[in-house]
Design a protein around this ligand. Structure first.
Ligand code: LCS
Length: 394
C-alpha cells in the first residue's frame, strides 16, 4: 500500500515500518549501537566515500533513527526528516544550517521562551540577528523582512497564547523575500496540521511532547525538502545534536497511538476551553477552537483539529495564577506538554521567564496567565478538578 496516500491514522501505525525481514519482529529493532563493523577496508572506504550504502557511526546515522525519520517524513508530508537530540536541537540545527553571520531572521515574538532566547541572545553572538513580530498579521511580517532575511520562523498555534498565523500567506511573504519559512508544529502535531502542504519549507517539532506522548523522552525533528534536510544533517554531524537510538525507539512506540491520542486531546481541550469560558474567575480563554478566538476562522481553515493546549487569564492576576496551579489535584503542576496526563503551569514564572517582562506582557503572557496541556483523561474529571481549583482563586 502507498502509505504516502493513506490516512493519518494508518500512517501513524505503519509508515516507515515493516516487520523486520530476518526475524519477523513486528516491533522495530532497537539498534543500540554506536558503531558498525566493516566487512573489509574496501567496503569501509566505499561507505565513507558515499558510493555504497551502510552505517559507520551513530552520530552519522543509525537504522533505528532512520526508521523514525522515514515515519516522520511521511506523517508531515516531507521528502526527508532528521531527528535530533531535542526540540531545541532541531531549531538550533535548522537555523545553523540555513543562515550565517550577517544574515537575518524574522520571528514571531510569542514563541517558546528558550527559542526566543536562542534567537534574541545566542545567535547574535555569531552575527545572526533577528527581528521579532509581535502580531499574527502577515503584513507585519512582510514589513519586518530585510534584504538579508533568510528565515521566517513561527509557531502556530503559539506557546503559550495559541496565536494562529496564516501559513500559506506567510510562505508567500518568505518566498518573495528569498527566505525560507520554518514552522514549529509542536502544538498542532502532524495530525492537526501539515505546514509543508500549506507552503512552509521546513517543519520542526519538539518530539518530547505529543509525538512521544508519554513524558519519557527528549527529542526533536526537522522535516522538509531533501536538499534542506541534507544541509541540516551536515550541521548535526558537526554540532553533534544526535538523538540516542533508545529515545528514537520510544518515539516510534509513541507515534503508533498519535492519531488516537490527538483526537482525544482535541476533544477534551474543547470541552475544557468551553468550561473555562463560562467560569466567573476567568477573564479570557485562549483556544483556537473557540469562536471567540481571533484566529478561529483561520485555524478552522488550516488545521484539522485545534489541539490539546489551552491557556487562560485569571481575573485575580499573578496571585490567582499561583493559587490555581497550587490547588489542582488531578492535574499535575509541571512544564512540558503533550503528555497523556493533564499538565498545568504558570508561564510568567516558569516557561517564559527568559522573555523580558515588557515583551512578555505585550505578547499576552500576563501574570495571571495559566497554561494547560489537556490530557486524555475523562473530560468531566479534568473539568471537576479545574473547577475546585478555580473556586479557590476568588
Ligand atoms: N518548541 C516548542 C513549541 C516547545 O514548546 C518546546 C519546549 C520546544 C520547541 C523545545 O523542545 P525541547 O528541546 O524541550 O524538546 N517547550 C516546553 C514547554 O513549554 N515547557 O517545557 C518545555
Amino acid at each position: 500500500m502507498d502509505l504516502e496516500k493513506a490516512g493519518p491514522s494508518t500512517q501513524a501505525v505503519h509508515a516507515g515500518e515493516a516487520p523486520e525481514p530476518t526475524t519477523g519482529s513486528l516491533s522495530p529493532p532497537l539498534y543500540q549501537s554506536s558503531v558498525y563493523a566493516f566487512q573489509d577496508a574496501e567496503q569501509g572506504a566505499a561507505i565513507f566515500a558515499g558510493s555504497r550504502e551502510g552505517y559507520v557511526y551513530t552520530r552519522m546515522g543509525n537504522p533505528t533513527l532512520k526508521t523514525l525519520e522515514n515515519k516522520l517524513a511521511i506523517l508531515e508530508g516531507g521528502e526527508e526528516a532528521l531527528v535530533t537530540s531535542s526540540g531545541m536541537a532541531a531549531i538550533a540545527t535548522t537555523v545553523a544550517s540555513l543562515a550565517r553571520a550577517g544574515e537575518h531572521v524574522v520571528s514571531a515574538e510569542v514563541i517558546y521562551g528558550a527559542t526566543y532566547t536562542l534567537l534574541r541572545e545566542f545567535w547574535p553572538r555569531f552575527g545572526l540577528q533577528s527581528t521579532f513580530v509581535a502580531s499574527s498579521d502577515t503584513e507585519d511580517y512582510r514589513r519586518a523582512m530585510r534584504q538579508n532575511t533568510r528565515i521566517v520562523f513561527v509557531e502556530t498555534p503559539s506557546n503559550p497564547t495559541l496565536e494562529v498565523v496564516d501559513i500559506a500567506a506567510l510562505a508567500e511573504v518568505a518566498r518573495k523575500g528569498n527566505a525560507l519559512l520554518v514552522v514549529d508544529n509542536t502544538f498542532a502535531t502532524p495530525m492537526n496540521q501539515n505546514p509543508l502542504a500549506l507552503g512552509a519549507d521546513i517543519v520542526v517539532h519538539s518530539a518530547s511532547k505529543y509525538l512521544g506522548g508519554h513524558a519519557d523522552v527528549i527529542a526533536g525533528v526537522v522535516v522538509g525538502r531533501s536538499d534542506l534536510i541534507h544541509k541540516a544533517r551536515q550541521s548535526l554531524r558537526l554540532i553533534g545534536t544526535v538523538l540516542g537510538p533508545f529515545e528514537a525507539w520510544l518515539i516510534l512506540r509513541g507515534l503508533k497511538t498519535l492519531a488516537l491520542r490527538v483526537a482525544r486531546h482535541n476533544e477534551n481541550a474543547l470541552a475544557v476551553a468551553r468550561f473555562l469560558e463560562g467560569h466567573p474567575a476567568v477573564e479570557r480563554v485562549f483556544y483556537p477552537g473557540l469562536e471567540s478566538h481571533p484566529g478561529h476562522k483561520l485555524a478552522a481553515r488550516q488545521m484539522r483539529g485545534f489541539g490539546g493546549m489551552v491557556s487562560f487569564e485569571l481575573k485575580g492576576g499573578h496571585d490567582a495564577g499561583i493559587r490555581m496551579v497550587d490547588s489542582v489535584r488531578l492535574c499535575t503542576l509541571a512544564v512540558s506538554l503533550g503528555d497523556v496526563s493533564t499538565l498545568i503551569e504558570h508561564p510568567a514564572s516558569m516557561t517564559h521567564t527568559s522573555v523580558p517582562v515588557e515583551e512578555r506582557r505585550r505578547g499576552g503572557i500576563t501574570d495571571g496567565l495559566v497554561r494547560l496541556s489537556v490530557g486524555i483523561e475523562d473530560a468531566p474529571d479534568i473539568i471537576a478538578d479545574l473547577k475546585q481549583a478555580l473556586d479557590r482563586t476568588t
